[in-house]
Design a protein around this ligand. Structure first.
Ligand code: RP5
Length: 156
């Protein structure tokens, strides 16, 4: 497995499944797991401390008091990409600030709130892996070219 996708709750899946889209398009292996920083703290430690034996990049999504990405980053040297999931009460602003405001010395690559952020997390993970994979580089360039071509010049 190359990419681990962890989320704080099963309820995050409708958003986090967008992270899978690019990975599947580019043929990148991944595994999805529910790991809650608050409800399953021992699982978080178990996962993060052993993550570098199985994975190269971690995508971590959570909502509200979203401590999963930051705590994961604290426990592993692997790059952690954070996805703020929309919360009911504060529409994801709480999630975003919880993830993005890391203390100096522990880094999380925070994406935007919600589905676009989750999609871009998958894209960012692919780009990180492509730095050491020439075949994947080719696939990524082709995907980007196709995206550019799909944008119409004229407004319909
Ligand atoms: C967070 O609390 C999860 O990441 C989720 O976004 C939010 C709500 O979780 P549930 O109460 O739906 O399980 O930990």
């Amino acid at each position: 497995m190359k990419v681990a996708i962890v989320m704080g709750s099963q309820s995050d899946w409708p958003v986090m499944k967008n992270a899978v889209t690019v990975l599947e398009t580019l043929g990148i292996e991944y595994k999805t797991m529910v790991v809650s920083a608050h409800r399953t703290p021992k699982r978080l430690y178990e996962f993060a401390e052993n993550a570098d034996k199985e994975y190269s990049v971690i995508i971590a999504g959570a909502g509200g008091a979203a401590h999963l990405p930051g705590m994961t980053a604290a426990l592993t040297w692997l790059p952690v990409i954070g996805v703020p999931v929309m919360s009911k009460a504060l529409k994801g602003m709480d999630s975003l600030l919880s993830i993005v405001q890391m203390p100096k010395g522990v880094a999380v690559a925070t994406q935007g709130i919600g589905e676009a952020g989750a999609f871009n997390a998958g894209l960012m993970a692919s780009q990180i892996l492509a730095t050491h994979d020439i075949t994947l580089q080719g696939k990524l360039k082709a995907w980007r070219a196709q995206q550019s071509e799909s944008v119409l010049w004229e407004v319909e």
